[in-house]
Write a protein that binds this ligand. Sequence first.
Ligand SMILES: NC(=O)c1ccc[n+]([C@@H]2O[C@H](COP(=O)([O-])OP(=O)(O)OC[C@H]3O[C@@H](n4cnc5c(N)ncnc54)[C@H](OP(=O)(O)O)[C@@H]3O)[C@@H](O)[C@H]2O)c1
Length: 294
Amino acid sequence: MIVITGATGNIGSKITSKLLNQGKKVRVIGRDAKRLQVYVDQGAEAFVGDLSDQQFLTRAFKGATVVFCMIPPNLTAKNVNDYQRTIGTSIVTAVKNAGVTHVVNLSSIGAHLTRNAGIVQGLHDQEERLNDIVNLNVVHLRPAFFMENLLSTIDMIKSQNMVGAPLDGAFRFPTVAIQDVANVACDYLTKATFTGHTVRNLLGQRDINYNEIVKVLGQAIGNKNLKYVQFPYEQAQTAMVNTGISDSVAAALTETMKTTNEGPFLAEAHRTPESSTPTSIEEWAKTFAKHYNL
Ligand SMILES: NC(=O)c1ccc[n+]([C@@H]2O[C@H](COP(=O)([O-])OP(=O)(O)OC[C@H]3O[C@@H](n4cnc5c(N)ncnc54)[C@H](OP(=O)(O)O)[C@@H]3O)[C@@H](O)[C@H]2O)c1
């Protein structure tokens, strides 16, 4: 039995669909029975509840050969550190109480940092909590910036003909398609032969900067004049708060961007054949164009 947290989300939904297509026995966790029903219809077992509920989660993890764990984003968390600690501790308690032996943990690049990682600080702490569980075999997946984050720029492109973020436009960074992350997760989940504690970076096909990204996206949507504009940190943080993101989460996301621009965030994101994944930004831009033209 493979147990999936965040089963209705970006990564979890792709993992769940793939495992069900392969005929695997899958248990899906989420807060909304209706959103899980599509998987129940395909043979999955649903556990409806909140990841912060340790007793619920222990029941949901019982009998698992392997669990896919994540701390989901909560953009409105009043205190993001408290939120990540609460969910992280609950997952770790349930892993211990249910006697889980194998975990595939969705972490992030930058999770090697012990400070100033912003939104990723809680994922660093979660890797440590899981590593502290005696006899647990765990793989920490550390994906780069998801290409799918770029979908949130569609409104800005339509209204202002630009893409804006606090990253330096000439700064190359890794970016990965979520399907590639899900594919690697499925490999680990179906084999569950990994031992000890390991980290797997998932860095996409190549590093690319925002100036290059907007050219590729512009080409895909037939807009040669699309521009990238680097926002000052404060302006970006205020803009996030204006869209309903909490002060705490906006500050954490801004800190992550700052640490990325300054270098430390990517210090352990070494590109190797193992850390590279197949989907290029040019290939993914076809998905972008489909969403843009909806
Ligand atoms: N975005 C990036 O560039 C990036 C890069 C590297 C790593 N990451 C990491 O990837 C993770 C996010 O993955 P994702 O994009 O797949 O997430 P996502 O799309 O936001 O999905 C998370 C799912 O978790 C469920 N959920 C949320 N809160 C819950 C709760 N309290 N109890 C039970 N279920 C809950 C939600 O389903 P229901 O609403 O149906 O319950 C949601 O569909 C984060 O840890 C993030 O830090 C992101």
